[in-house]
Design a protein around this ligand. Structure first.
Ligand SMILES: Nc1nc2c(ncn2[C@@H]2O[C@H](COP(=O)(O)OP(=O)(O)OP(=O)(O)O)[C@@H](O)[C@H]2O)c(=O)[nH]1
Ligand SMILES: [Mg+2]
Length: 393
Protein backbone atom coordinates (compact mmCIF):
# COMPACT_ATOMS: atom_id res chain seq x y z
CA UNK A 1 0.00 0.00 0.00
CA UNK A 2 1.28 3.42 -0.84
CA UNK A 3 0.57 5.73 2.03
CA UNK A 4 2.94 8.49 1.08
CA UNK A 5 2.94 10.94 -1.81
CA UNK A 6 6.06 11.37 -3.92
CA UNK A 7 7.63 14.71 -4.65
CA UNK A 8 10.23 15.06 -7.38
CA UNK A 9 12.67 17.92 -6.79
CA UNK A 10 14.59 19.39 -9.66
CA UNK A 11 16.73 22.45 -10.22
CA UNK A 12 20.20 23.36 -11.42
CA UNK A 13 23.23 22.53 -9.38
CA UNK A 14 23.68 24.91 -6.47
CA UNK A 15 20.16 26.38 -6.39
CA UNK A 16 19.69 24.89 -2.94
CA UNK A 17 17.81 21.60 -3.44
CA UNK A 18 19.68 19.67 -0.75
CA UNK A 19 19.42 22.54 1.71
CA UNK A 20 15.69 22.79 1.06
CA UNK A 21 15.13 19.06 1.41
CA UNK A 22 17.03 18.97 4.71
CA UNK A 23 14.96 21.83 6.11
CA UNK A 24 11.64 20.38 4.97
CA UNK A 25 12.32 16.89 6.26
CA UNK A 26 14.11 17.87 9.45
CA UNK A 27 16.68 16.03 11.46
CA UNK A 28 14.96 12.66 11.40
CA UNK A 29 15.09 12.39 7.62
CA UNK A 30 16.53 9.23 6.20
CA UNK A 31 17.55 8.10 2.79
CA UNK A 32 15.58 5.06 1.74
CA UNK A 33 17.59 2.15 0.51
CA UNK A 34 15.16 1.10 -2.19
CA UNK A 35 15.64 4.40 -4.00
CA UNK A 36 19.40 4.23 -4.06
CA UNK A 37 20.54 4.53 -7.66
CA UNK A 38 23.17 6.53 -9.36
CA UNK A 39 20.81 9.22 -10.60
CA UNK A 40 18.42 9.60 -7.73
CA UNK A 41 18.15 9.80 -3.98
CA UNK A 42 14.92 9.18 -2.13
CA UNK A 43 14.32 10.66 1.30
CA UNK A 44 11.57 10.33 3.84
CA UNK A 45 10.90 11.50 7.34
CA UNK A 46 8.27 11.24 10.00
CA UNK A 47 7.89 15.00 9.97
CA UNK A 48 6.22 15.40 6.58
CA UNK A 49 3.57 13.36 4.78
CA UNK A 50 5.50 12.79 1.56
CA UNK A 51 8.67 11.28 0.16
CA UNK A 52 11.18 13.48 -1.63
CA UNK A 53 13.11 12.38 -4.69
CA UNK A 54 16.25 14.28 -5.60
CA UNK A 55 17.09 13.41 -9.21
CA UNK A 56 20.53 14.76 -9.92
CA UNK A 57 20.89 14.57 -13.66
CA UNK A 58 17.47 15.62 -14.88
CA UNK A 59 19.05 18.79 -16.13
CA UNK A 60 22.17 17.43 -17.71
CA UNK A 61 22.76 16.68 -21.37
CA UNK A 62 19.97 15.06 -23.36
CA UNK A 63 21.27 11.55 -22.71
CA UNK A 64 21.83 12.05 -19.01
CA UNK A 65 18.43 13.65 -18.73
CA UNK A 66 16.81 10.64 -20.33
CA UNK A 67 18.74 8.28 -18.09
CA UNK A 68 17.67 10.20 -15.01
CA UNK A 69 14.04 10.34 -16.09
CA UNK A 70 14.16 6.61 -16.78
CA UNK A 71 15.61 5.98 -13.33
CA UNK A 72 12.78 7.93 -11.72
CA UNK A 73 10.19 6.12 -13.84
CA UNK A 74 11.72 2.76 -12.99
CA UNK A 75 11.75 3.64 -9.32
CA UNK A 76 8.06 4.59 -9.56
CA UNK A 77 7.26 1.31 -11.25
CA UNK A 78 9.15 -0.73 -8.67
CA UNK A 79 7.25 1.05 -5.95
CA UNK A 80 3.83 1.12 -7.49
CA UNK A 81 2.22 -1.83 -5.83
CA UNK A 82 -1.07 -0.88 -7.37
CA UNK A 83 0.49 -1.17 -10.81
CA UNK A 84 -0.28 2.37 -11.78
CA UNK A 85 3.12 3.81 -12.49
CA UNK A 86 1.95 6.85 -14.44
CA UNK A 87 0.84 8.76 -11.41
CA UNK A 88 3.60 7.87 -9.12
CA UNK A 89 5.29 11.24 -9.09
CA UNK A 90 2.54 13.25 -7.45
CA UNK A 91 4.12 16.70 -7.37
CA UNK A 92 7.19 18.30 -8.93
CA UNK A 93 9.04 21.08 -7.17
CA UNK A 94 10.73 23.32 -9.72
CA UNK A 95 13.57 25.00 -7.84
CA UNK A 96 14.72 28.28 -9.34
CA UNK A 97 17.08 30.66 -7.61
CA UNK A 98 15.60 33.99 -6.55
CA UNK A 99 18.95 35.64 -6.02
CA UNK A 100 19.62 35.83 -9.73
CA UNK A 101 16.48 37.28 -11.20
CA UNK A 102 17.87 37.48 -14.71
CA UNK A 103 18.24 33.73 -14.81
CA UNK A 104 14.73 32.83 -13.70
CA UNK A 105 13.28 32.66 -17.20
CA UNK A 106 16.09 30.46 -18.46
CA UNK A 107 15.88 28.20 -15.41
CA UNK A 108 12.14 27.76 -15.93
CA UNK A 109 12.68 26.82 -19.58
CA UNK A 110 15.31 24.22 -18.63
CA UNK A 111 13.08 22.70 -15.97
CA UNK A 112 10.13 22.57 -18.34
CA UNK A 113 12.25 20.60 -20.80
CA UNK A 114 13.64 18.29 -18.16
CA UNK A 115 10.18 17.29 -16.96
CA UNK A 116 8.45 16.84 -20.31
CA UNK A 117 7.67 13.20 -19.59
CA UNK A 118 5.49 14.08 -16.60
CA UNK A 119 2.79 15.65 -18.73
CA UNK A 120 0.09 16.20 -16.20
CA UNK A 121 1.85 16.12 -12.87
CA UNK A 122 1.17 19.23 -10.73
CA UNK A 123 4.04 21.67 -10.33
CA UNK A 124 5.00 23.88 -7.43
CA UNK A 125 7.67 26.45 -8.22
CA UNK A 126 10.01 27.05 -5.29
CA UNK A 127 12.01 30.26 -5.56
CA UNK A 128 15.06 29.38 -3.48
CA UNK A 129 17.42 31.84 -1.75
CA UNK A 130 14.71 34.51 -1.70
CA UNK A 131 16.79 36.63 0.66
CA UNK A 132 15.58 40.02 -0.56
CA UNK A 133 12.10 40.52 0.81
CA UNK A 134 11.45 43.38 -1.61
CA UNK A 135 12.02 41.15 -4.62
CA UNK A 136 9.79 38.25 -3.59
CA UNK A 137 6.54 39.51 -5.11
CA UNK A 138 8.24 40.51 -8.37
CA UNK A 139 9.89 37.12 -8.68
CA UNK A 140 6.58 35.36 -8.13
CA UNK A 141 5.08 37.52 -10.86
CA UNK A 142 7.93 36.75 -13.22
CA UNK A 143 7.54 33.01 -12.66
CA UNK A 144 3.80 33.26 -13.17
CA UNK A 145 4.26 35.14 -16.45
CA UNK A 146 6.80 32.57 -17.63
CA UNK A 147 4.39 29.72 -16.88
CA UNK A 148 1.56 31.40 -18.71
CA UNK A 149 3.44 31.10 -21.96
CA UNK A 150 3.59 27.31 -21.83
CA UNK A 151 0.44 25.28 -21.82
CA UNK A 152 1.77 22.37 -19.72
CA UNK A 153 3.16 24.69 -17.08
CA UNK A 154 0.10 26.87 -16.83
CA UNK A 155 -2.14 23.81 -16.64
CA UNK A 156 -0.06 22.15 -13.96
CA UNK A 157 1.12 25.09 -11.89
CA UNK A 158 -0.35 24.94 -8.38
CA UNK A 159 1.73 27.39 -6.33
CA UNK A 160 4.78 29.66 -6.46
CA UNK A 161 6.56 29.92 -3.14
CA UNK A 162 9.56 32.11 -2.31
CA UNK A 163 11.71 30.27 0.21
CA UNK A 164 14.67 30.84 2.48
CA UNK A 165 15.56 27.35 3.69
CA UNK A 166 18.15 28.27 6.29
CA UNK A 167 18.94 31.56 7.98
CA UNK A 168 20.95 33.84 5.72
CA UNK A 169 23.43 35.90 7.69
CA UNK A 170 23.86 39.44 6.34
CA UNK A 171 26.37 40.42 9.00
CA UNK A 172 27.08 39.56 12.65
CA UNK A 173 23.85 41.04 13.95
CA UNK A 174 21.46 40.95 10.98
CA UNK A 175 20.01 37.95 9.22
CA UNK A 176 17.21 36.86 6.93
CA UNK A 177 15.12 34.25 8.75
CA UNK A 178 13.79 31.12 7.06
CA UNK A 179 10.75 31.75 4.93
CA UNK A 180 8.07 29.78 3.16
CA UNK A 181 8.77 26.28 4.53
CA UNK A 182 5.40 25.60 6.23
CA UNK A 183 3.68 27.13 3.19
CA UNK A 184 5.55 24.76 0.90
CA UNK A 185 4.65 21.73 3.02
CA UNK A 186 1.00 22.74 3.14
CA UNK A 187 0.78 23.55 -0.58
CA UNK A 188 2.39 20.20 -1.37
CA UNK A 189 -0.02 18.34 0.87
CA UNK A 190 -2.96 20.10 -0.74
CA UNK A 191 -1.68 19.15 -4.17
CA UNK A 192 -1.38 15.46 -3.35
CA UNK A 193 -4.28 13.35 -4.59
CA UNK A 194 -7.04 12.53 -2.18
CA UNK A 195 -6.03 9.43 -0.25
CA UNK A 196 -2.38 10.37 -0.08
CA UNK A 197 -3.12 13.67 1.52
CA UNK A 198 -2.60 14.10 5.25
CA UNK A 199 -5.82 14.90 7.04
CA UNK A 200 -6.33 18.23 8.81
CA UNK A 201 -5.13 17.10 12.22
CA UNK A 202 -2.16 15.24 10.80
CA UNK A 203 -0.91 18.03 8.65
CA UNK A 204 -1.27 20.36 11.61
CA UNK A 205 0.96 18.10 13.66
CA UNK A 206 3.51 17.76 10.84
CA UNK A 207 3.43 21.45 10.32
CA UNK A 208 3.88 22.25 13.98
CA UNK A 209 6.98 20.07 14.18
CA UNK A 210 8.55 21.75 11.18
CA UNK A 211 7.63 25.21 12.44
CA UNK A 212 9.21 24.40 15.77
CA UNK A 213 12.51 23.45 14.25
CA UNK A 214 12.55 26.52 11.99
CA UNK A 215 11.67 28.63 15.05
CA UNK A 216 14.67 27.20 16.90
CA UNK A 217 16.96 28.27 14.10
CA UNK A 218 15.53 31.79 14.30
CA UNK A 219 16.14 31.87 18.05
CA UNK A 220 19.68 30.55 17.62
CA UNK A 221 20.57 33.25 15.07
CA UNK A 222 19.04 35.89 17.34
CA UNK A 223 20.99 34.65 20.36
CA UNK A 224 24.22 34.94 18.40
CA UNK A 225 23.31 38.48 17.38
CA UNK A 226 22.39 39.30 21.00
CA UNK A 227 25.70 38.01 22.35
CA UNK A 228 27.56 40.09 19.77
CA UNK A 229 25.70 43.27 20.59
CA UNK A 230 25.95 42.58 24.31
CA UNK A 231 29.73 42.25 24.14
CA UNK A 232 30.25 45.92 23.37
CA UNK A 233 31.96 47.72 26.25
CA UNK A 234 28.78 49.59 27.21
CA UNK A 235 27.30 48.04 30.30
CA UNK A 236 23.79 46.83 29.58
CA UNK A 237 22.12 48.66 32.39
CA UNK A 238 18.88 48.19 30.53
CA UNK A 239 17.77 45.73 27.93
CA UNK A 240 16.95 48.44 25.43
CA UNK A 241 20.01 47.89 23.29
CA UNK A 242 18.56 44.50 22.44
CA UNK A 243 15.36 46.00 21.10
CA UNK A 244 16.24 45.74 17.40
CA UNK A 245 17.32 42.11 17.76
CA UNK A 246 14.30 41.14 19.84
CA UNK A 247 12.04 42.93 17.37
CA UNK A 248 13.53 41.01 14.47
CA UNK A 249 13.30 37.76 16.43
CA UNK A 250 9.67 38.25 17.44
CA UNK A 251 8.65 39.40 13.96
CA UNK A 252 10.32 36.41 12.30
CA UNK A 253 8.58 34.04 14.72
CA UNK A 254 5.27 35.83 14.12
CA UNK A 255 5.58 35.33 10.37
CA UNK A 256 6.46 31.69 10.89
CA UNK A 257 3.41 31.03 13.06
CA UNK A 258 1.09 32.96 10.77
CA UNK A 259 0.43 35.73 13.27
CA UNK A 260 -0.95 38.31 10.85
CA UNK A 261 -0.47 42.02 10.58
CA UNK A 262 -3.85 43.20 11.90
CA UNK A 263 -4.32 45.43 14.92
CA UNK A 264 -4.71 42.54 17.38
CA UNK A 265 -1.40 41.12 16.18
CA UNK A 266 0.31 44.48 16.47
CA UNK A 267 -0.86 44.84 20.04
CA UNK A 268 0.29 41.31 20.82
CA UNK A 269 3.75 41.94 19.40
CA UNK A 270 4.19 45.20 21.23
CA UNK A 271 3.13 43.56 24.50
CA UNK A 272 5.77 40.89 23.98
CA UNK A 273 8.48 43.41 23.18
CA UNK A 274 7.60 45.56 26.15
CA UNK A 275 7.94 42.65 28.51
CA UNK A 276 11.32 41.84 26.99
CA UNK A 277 12.78 45.30 27.15
CA UNK A 278 11.34 47.58 29.76
CA UNK A 279 9.48 45.29 32.16
CA UNK A 280 10.60 44.98 35.75
CA UNK A 281 10.87 41.24 35.21
CA UNK A 282 13.56 41.74 32.58
CA UNK A 283 15.40 44.32 34.63
CA UNK A 284 15.30 42.22 37.78
CA UNK A 285 16.66 39.22 35.90
CA UNK A 286 19.57 41.25 34.58
CA UNK A 287 20.54 42.55 37.99
CA UNK A 288 20.24 39.09 39.47
CA UNK A 289 22.55 37.64 36.83
CA UNK A 290 25.05 40.45 37.22
CA UNK A 291 25.24 39.84 40.91
CA UNK A 292 26.04 36.13 40.81
CA UNK A 293 29.24 35.65 42.81
CA UNK A 294 32.31 33.74 41.70
CA UNK A 295 31.96 34.35 37.97
CA UNK A 296 35.34 34.68 36.37
CA UNK A 297 34.45 36.67 33.27
CA UNK A 298 35.43 40.01 31.80
CA UNK A 299 32.65 42.60 31.81
CA UNK A 300 32.14 42.32 28.07
CA UNK A 301 31.78 38.54 28.25
CA UNK A 302 29.42 38.77 31.21
CA UNK A 303 27.27 41.18 29.22
CA UNK A 304 27.38 38.95 26.17
CA UNK A 305 26.14 35.97 28.17
CA UNK A 306 23.37 37.99 29.79
CA UNK A 307 22.30 39.56 26.49
CA UNK A 308 22.31 36.21 24.73
CA UNK A 309 20.33 34.63 27.56
CA UNK A 310 17.69 37.37 27.40
CA UNK A 311 17.27 36.89 23.66
CA UNK A 312 17.08 33.12 24.21
CA UNK A 313 14.41 33.42 26.90
CA UNK A 314 12.45 35.90 24.80
CA UNK A 315 12.63 33.61 21.82
CA UNK A 316 11.58 30.53 23.72
CA UNK A 317 8.78 32.37 25.49
CA UNK A 318 7.51 33.88 22.25
CA UNK A 319 7.66 30.51 20.52
CA UNK A 320 5.62 28.98 23.28
CA UNK A 321 3.01 31.75 23.08
CA UNK A 322 2.71 31.62 19.28
CA UNK A 323 2.37 27.84 19.37
CA UNK A 324 -0.54 28.07 21.78
CA UNK A 325 -2.18 30.66 19.56
CA UNK A 326 -1.47 28.62 16.44
CA UNK A 327 -3.12 25.62 18.10
CA UNK A 328 -6.14 27.73 18.95
CA UNK A 329 -5.68 27.41 22.72
CA UNK A 330 -5.42 31.17 23.12
CA UNK A 331 -6.42 34.12 21.01
CA UNK A 332 -4.40 37.03 19.70
CA UNK A 333 -6.01 39.48 22.07
CA UNK A 334 -5.27 37.49 25.20
CA UNK A 335 -2.52 39.93 26.11
CA UNK A 336 -2.85 39.43 29.83
CA UNK A 337 -2.00 35.76 29.48
CA UNK A 338 0.87 36.68 27.17
CA UNK A 339 2.30 39.07 29.66
CA UNK A 340 2.09 36.60 32.50
CA UNK A 341 3.56 33.74 30.48
CA UNK A 342 6.47 35.78 29.25
CA UNK A 343 7.21 37.44 32.58
CA UNK A 344 7.41 34.10 34.28
CA UNK A 345 9.87 32.91 31.60
CA UNK A 346 11.93 36.04 32.01
CA UNK A 347 12.17 35.75 35.74
CA UNK A 348 12.35 32.02 36.44
CA UNK A 349 13.79 30.51 33.27
CA UNK A 350 16.06 33.38 32.39
CA UNK A 351 17.70 33.41 35.80
CA UNK A 352 18.03 29.63 35.91
CA UNK A 353 19.37 29.31 32.36
CA UNK A 354 21.53 32.42 32.64
CA UNK A 355 23.10 31.18 35.86
CA UNK A 356 23.84 27.84 34.28
CA UNK A 357 25.30 29.51 31.20
CA UNK A 358 27.48 31.84 33.25
CA UNK A 359 28.75 28.91 35.28
CA UNK A 360 29.57 26.88 32.21
CA UNK A 361 31.20 29.68 30.31
CA UNK A 362 33.23 30.95 33.24
CA UNK A 363 34.49 27.46 34.07
CA UNK A 364 35.42 26.85 30.42
CA UNK A 365 38.69 28.65 31.14
CA UNK A 366 38.97 31.89 29.23
CA UNK A 367 37.74 34.99 31.08
CA UNK A 368 37.18 36.61 27.69
CA UNK A 369 35.43 34.19 25.36
CA UNK A 370 34.35 35.61 22.00
CA UNK A 371 30.67 36.35 21.37
CA UNK A 372 30.74 33.44 18.97
CA UNK A 373 31.87 31.04 21.69
CA UNK A 374 29.26 32.45 24.05
CA UNK A 375 26.53 32.07 21.43
CA UNK A 376 27.69 28.53 20.67
CA UNK A 377 27.36 27.48 24.30
CA UNK A 378 23.99 29.21 24.70
CA UNK A 379 22.48 27.61 21.61
CA UNK A 380 23.89 24.26 22.61
CA UNK A 381 22.08 24.63 25.94
CA UNK A 382 18.88 25.57 24.11
CA UNK A 383 18.98 22.54 21.87
CA UNK A 384 19.70 20.21 24.80
CA UNK A 385 16.75 21.68 26.64
CA UNK A 386 14.56 21.24 23.56
CA UNK A 387 15.62 17.61 23.24
CA UNK A 388 14.80 16.98 26.91
CA UNK A 389 11.43 18.67 26.55
CA UNK A 390 10.81 16.65 23.41
CA UNK A 391 11.54 13.44 25.32
CA UNK A 392 9.34 14.47 28.21
CA UNK A 393 6.44 15.38 25.90
N1 LIG B 1 21.92 30.69 3.98
C1 LIG B 1 21.36 29.91 3.03
N2 LIG B 1 22.16 29.25 2.17
C2 LIG B 1 21.58 28.47 1.23
C3 LIG B 1 20.17 28.33 1.13
N3 LIG B 1 19.89 27.50 0.10
C4 LIG B 1 21.08 27.11 -0.40
N4 LIG B 1 22.10 27.69 0.27
C5 LIG B 1 23.54 27.53 0.01
O1 LIG B 1 23.77 27.39 -1.38
C6 LIG B 1 24.72 26.39 -1.65
C7 LIG B 1 24.16 25.32 -2.58
O2 LIG B 1 23.09 24.68 -1.94
P1 LIG B 1 22.75 23.12 -2.15
O3 LIG B 1 21.57 22.84 -1.29
O4 LIG B 1 23.94 22.27 -1.95
O5 LIG B 1 22.36 23.10 -3.66
P2 LIG B 1 21.90 21.86 -4.58
O6 LIG B 1 20.81 22.37 -5.43
O7 LIG B 1 21.62 20.67 -3.75
O8 LIG B 1 23.19 21.63 -5.47
P3 LIG B 1 23.66 20.25 -6.19
O9 LIG B 1 23.59 19.14 -5.18
O10 LIG B 1 25.03 20.56 -6.65
O11 LIG B 1 22.73 20.04 -7.35
C8 LIG B 1 25.16 25.83 -0.30
O12 LIG B 1 26.33 26.50 0.09
C9 LIG B 1 24.03 26.21 0.62
O13 LIG B 1 24.46 26.41 1.94
C10 LIG B 1 19.36 29.07 2.06
O14 LIG B 1 18.12 29.03 2.07
N5 LIG B 1 20.01 29.84 2.97
MG1 LIG C 1 22.43 18.70 -3.66
Amino acid sequence: MQDFGNVLVIGSSGVGKSTLIRTVLGSNARETVDGKREQLRVYESLSVPFRIIDANDLEGSFLRRCAAARAVKQWSKDNALDGNDENDINVIWFCVEGKSRKLIRQQMADLARATEVWRSVPIIVVITKSYAEMERADNVELVRATCERRRRLSNNLRAIIPVVATTYQLNETTFVPPEGIPELIEATNETLPEGLRAAGKDIEAFSLKRRRSVARSIVAASVAAGATVGAVPLPISDALILTPIETAEVNALATLYGIGKGSASKKLLSTILEVGTVSTAAKAAISALKAIPGINLAASALNAVIAGSIVAAMGEGTMHIFERIYLGEHTLDDTEWVQRALESRLSKDLIAQGTKALGRISSAGSPKPTPKTVAGILTDMLSRKATEEGKAA
